[in-house]
Design a protein around this ligand. Sequence first.
Ligand code: ACO
Ligand code: ACO
Length: 150
Amino acid sequence: MIIREIQELQAVHFDLLLLADPDKHLVENYVKRSVCFEAIFNGTEAGILALLPTRPETLEIVNIAVAKTYQGQGIGEKLLQFALSYAKNSQYKTVEIGTGSTSFGQLYLYQKCGFRMTSIDRDFFLRHYEEEIVENKLILKDMVRLSIDV
Ligand code: ACO
Ligand code: ACO
């Protein structure tokens, strides 16, 4: 598998980005300001990663997704490790990531990779998303923010 920077986002990339974030307008807005990478596995598009510089010395993983057929094979973990190395090599001090309070699998994965919880943004998904999001049989309301120093 190779991970490489995307020069120009295509429809295939948006299909992946929308797996992690269902709001196309929000996605379009933040990818313009992000550096994006793709994971290519067996010549096909397997995963995506969008990194957005936020505060000084802080990089946020604003989107990470693996194509459904490739999930559960370690690609997501490799993309996270790539993000941490990229941040360190680019002189960032902290990497942040936010996810739904109902995203139990993602919360496991991020903590497995060393992220620690920093705060809860209550009602984030009610405020920013027009469509209700249901995950693990729960209505998603709150955003959990995690970070790691690199
Ligand atoms: N549910 C349960 N466990 C999970 C999940 C999940 N959704 N995702 C990962 N894991 C676990 C795996 O079982 C594995 O466990 P192990 O170490 O005990 O074997 C470990 O985490 C590593 O998993 P990977 O195979 O590396 O993860 P994968 O390649 O499937 O990628 C990802 C994880 C990116 C979350 C993928 O499932 C996905 O694209 N999901 C849909 C989009 C999404 O939710 N993206 C994140 C939104 S938040 C954001 O983008 C900032
Ligand atoms: N992991 C995953 N799912 C769980 C867990 C768990 N540990 N506990 C409950 N659930 C889910 C069940 O699958 C069920 O889901 P469903 O509504 O989709 O069917 C739902 O939650 C309700 O489950 P119950 O059967 O009512 O839960 P149970 O009788 O097992 O009691 C409890 C839950 C008290 C957490 C029990 O598992 C337990 O005693 N665990 C060990 C002690 C513990 O962790 N206590 C809480 C510590 S925090 C505190 O005490 C303040």
